[in-house]
Design a protein around this ligand. Structure first.
Ligand SMILES: [Zn+2]
Length: 63
């Protein structure tokens, strides 16, 4: 399964949590540093995009 996936953002204590509804990828963006940490990789071949509030996120393939 690959292609384009959509990330759904929710607020969490550690920052913004983005979750993919297609492959289960989860990542957290730190609210202060903006650093992105991938929690679950899911489908690495897919292009992931998401937005929440003023934060737009696009994760390149292979990450
Ligand atoms: Zn995905």
């Amino acid at each position: 399964m690959s292609g384009r996936h959509r990330l759904i953002g929710t607020e969490s204590p550690g920052g913004l949590l983005f979750e993919c509804e297609s492959c289960g990828r989860r990542l957290v963006v730190d609210g202060e540093s903006g650093e992105m940490v991938i929690v679950d990789h899911g489908d690495r071949a897919a292009l992931h995009r998401g937005a929440m509030g003023g934060v737009k996120l696009q994760v390149e393939k292979g990450l």
